[in-house]
Design a protein around this ligand. Structure first.
Ligand code: C2E
Ligand code: CA
Ligand code: CA
Ligand code: CA
Length: 273
């Protein structure tokens, strides 16, 4: 029994070491990819439900490692947040995505939504890079929406103060992933956001017996009386689309029902359609 537990202990230890080594190499690979500009962007259109006009696009990061293959942002963004690499990534996204999109933004009135972490909002380097890139590319602040989540937040006071520094730039904030976590209603009342993005878990519940579906009528009433843009995420079915069209026609939506995230070159044909 004694030697069995030693063997099990060794096995667990080996697994642990292996896991740490794997994470380190993934982090090292991510750093390399960033240096070598191997991270690229795809864009997902956001539609006004009423007339299915595109009101904006959201930029989403993509990373394909030569050895490992495709690694999703759900994996590498939290890794970057944990290891102090997120600021660097966000500087990269802001600079290159705005530059890449500038012709589209300047020739239409669509907005560009960028996912940022709370650490970015509070960083002066981030704010400066964002404002200087907009200036260089002649893009007005009104074209930019910064999407924030409560994940990794240090506290609302810091964020509130930092958000105030964007006043007068025209840049708008959106509260991402609304409906997940428990401080979201709290956040909504504390932070000055112009847009709320309803998490896919709520969209998924439309027409089902899940608890979220029972919360929906209340949420819809609340949104109707709120002077904010409301975007439902992850709309996949005709049923969900028609439910939103009937019940909350002023809202916006994005999801595979309309279009998946695509490179900018493909987006042009979507925008011209
Ligand atoms: P998110 O901001 O909530 O983005 C929405 C995610 O849902 C995206 O996944 C998108 O591709 C996916 N999606 C959109 N419509 C549908 C649908 O109809 N069905 C399904 N099943 N999925 C749909 P993605 O691109 O894998 O991104 C995952 C998360 O990674 C994002 O969630 C965001 O939190 C983060 N992320 C992505 N790009 C960036 C970035 O540049 N910076 C930061 N800080 N985070 C990013
Ligand atoms: Ca988002
Ligand atoms: Ca979201
Ligand atoms: Ca999400």
């Amino acid at each position: 029994l004694f030697s069995a537990s030693i063997i099990i202990g060794l096995l667990i230890g080996a697994l642990f070491v292996n896991n740490v080594a794997h994470n380190q190499s993934l982090l090292a690979r991510l750093k390399n990819a960033l240096e070598n500009r191997e991270l690229h962007f795809v864009y997902q259109p956001i539609y006004k439900i009423k007339d299915r006009k595109i009101t904006g696009i959201e930029v989403l990061l993509r990373w394909t490692d030569p050895q490992i293959g495709h690694i999703g942002p759900d994996i590498f963004i939290p890794l970057a947040e944990k290891n102090g690499l997120i600021n660097k990534i966000s500087l990269y996204v802001v600079e290159h995505a705005i530059r890449e999109c500038a012709p589209v933004l300047l020739s239409s009135d669509i907005t560009l939504s960028i996912n940022v972490s709370c650490a970015d909002i509070c960083s002066e380097a981030f704010r400066e890079k964002l404002l200087s890139t907009l200036k260089q590319e002649n893009v007005p602040g009104e074209s930019i929406i910064l999407e924030i989540t409560e994940r990794q937040s240090s506290g609302t006071e810091d964020i509130k103060r930092s958000m105030d520094l964007f006043k007068g730039t025209g840049i708008m904030f959106a509260l991402d992933d609304f409906g997940t976590g428990y401080s979201n209603l709290n956040w909504l009342s504390l932070l000055d956001v112009g847009e709320i993005k309803i998490d896919k878990s709520i969209t998924d519940s439309i027409g089902t017996e899940s608890i979220n579906n029972h919360i929906l009528p209340g949420l819809i009433e609340m949104f109707k009386n709120m002077p904010k843009i409301v975007v439902f995420e992850g709309v996949e079915t005709d049923m969900q689309y028609h439910f939103l069209k009937e019940n909350i026609p002023e809202c916006c939506a994005q999801g595979w029902y309309f279009t998946k995230a695509v490179p900018l070159s493909e987006l042009r044909t979507v925008l011209e359609a």
